[in-house]
Design a binder for this molecule. Structure first.
Ligand code: A2P
Ligand code: 11C
Length: 333
């Protein structure tokens, strides 16, 4: 029989995209169950032309569910993930709750699909900034080991949820109309501004949680904890696609031509690198599509050894950064 699939957090920024991905990819299922908070219970969402009534999440929500896609935040995952597993479901979790658990595979299907087999009920979907960097870095790493990379991110509102996207719209409207606006979702004024990522900063090393996720998740997904990684994560006033500047050092010398050659056939990657037209990856072009756009492919002139490359990438945070990657994991299952 075809699986019963549940979405936990169906009304959220990622939840809506999960439903959309299941529909667009014609995911084989016998029933789609939509779960959210009591606030949304009774409302409906449309899947393949049919209205489905949203139910309030509770302990009995997973009876008969085979695959549960979680995107309602880490605290919900921690409580209800194990309940879903007990009920017999395999959980694909979008939150950071289980990512560093050694019994939980952390999967990007283009990188480590085989890790799915090791699951004990829960599979974790990586952080969006990690996924967007690793899809293009993996095929390079396979050919010429990456020894170090430095990332600077330009992250969209969507990473902080639907309410943050609305706050960006509202704050921009208020700014243009000259009205005062006090942000309540994100900690700083967002319109015509940017700020260091809103995740907690560790006073011990000065890095925020988002930056450390990029470090530790890369080690786990690549299976290589010797890669030296540093990141600066920044929120920019973009709705739904993250961009990243990547400085990548390899074991052996490498040229931009070699990088382009490798990335030209890499799954999930599209090269956007038109030097003449000054046309490179942009979040507006990345929005709504599954591929990671890669451009500004050039030798890092600050490294005379010829082992370093500079890249600029953009990917849809809600799709490959979250919903699409989770549905691809469910497809592997
Ligand atoms: P709801 O819309 O009913 O509040 P986002 O990531 O965009 O902020 O979305 C969060 C998602 O998590 C929403 O679907 C939200 O549902 C859901 N959610 C939040 N709190 C709970 C809860 N206590 N139980 C179930 N779902 C929740
Ligand atoms: C952002 N990546 O863009 C974050 C949000 O670990 O899944 C998601 C946090 C996570 O703000």
């Amino acid at each position: 029989a075809l699986p019963v699939v549940a979405i936990v957090g169906a009304t959220g920024a990622v939840g809506v995209e999960l439903l959309e991905c299941l529909e667009q990819r014609d995911f084989p299922l016998s029933e789609l169950r939509l779960l959210a908070s009591a606030r949304s219970a009774g409302k409906t969402m449309t899947f393949k032309g049919k209205e489905i009534t949203i139910r309030a999440l509770d302990e009995n929500s997973f009876d008969g569910v085979d695959i549960a896609l979680f995107s309602a935040g880490g605290s919900i995952s921690k409580v209800y993930g194990p309940i879903a597993v007990k009920a017999g479901a395999v959980v694909v979790d979008n939150s950071s709750a289980f990512r560093q658990d050694p019994n939980v595979p952390l999967v990007v299907p283009e990188v480590n699909p085989e890790a799915v087999k090791q699951h004990q009920g829960i599979i974790a979907n990586p952080n969006c900034s990690t996924i967007i960097a690793l899809v293009p870095l993996w095929p390079l790493h396979v050919k010429n080991r990456i020894t170090r990379f430095i990332a600077a991110t330009y992250q969209a509102a969507s990473g902080a949820g639907a309410a943050a996207m609305e706050e960006l719209r509202e704050g921009t409207r208020a700014y243009l109309e000259g009205r005062p606006f006090t942000p309540t979702v994100l900690p700083h004024p967002y319109a015509f501004n940017l700020f260091s990522h809103n995740a907690k900063v560790d006073p011990a090393n000065g890095y925020n949680e988002e930056e450390m996720k990029m470090v530790k998740e890369t080690w786990k997904i690549f299976g290589d904890a010797d890669i030296r990684i540093s990141a600066t994560c920044v929120r920019v006033p973009v709705l739904r696609a993250h961009s990243e500047a990547l400085t990548v050092e390899f074991e052996r010398p490498i040229t931009p031509a070699e990088v382009k050659d490798i990335l030209a056939t890499a799954p999930g990657v599209r090269i956007v690198d038109d030097v003449e037209k000054n046309y490179f990856p942009m979040p507006v072009d990345a929005s709504g599509q599954g591929d990671i756009l890669v451009g500004r492919i050039r030798q890092d002139i600050s490294d005379p050894s010829g082992r370093s490359i500079q890249l600029f990438v953009a990917g849809d945070q809600l799709l490959k950064g979250a919903a699409l990657n989770a549905v691809q994991i469910a497809e592997l299952l």
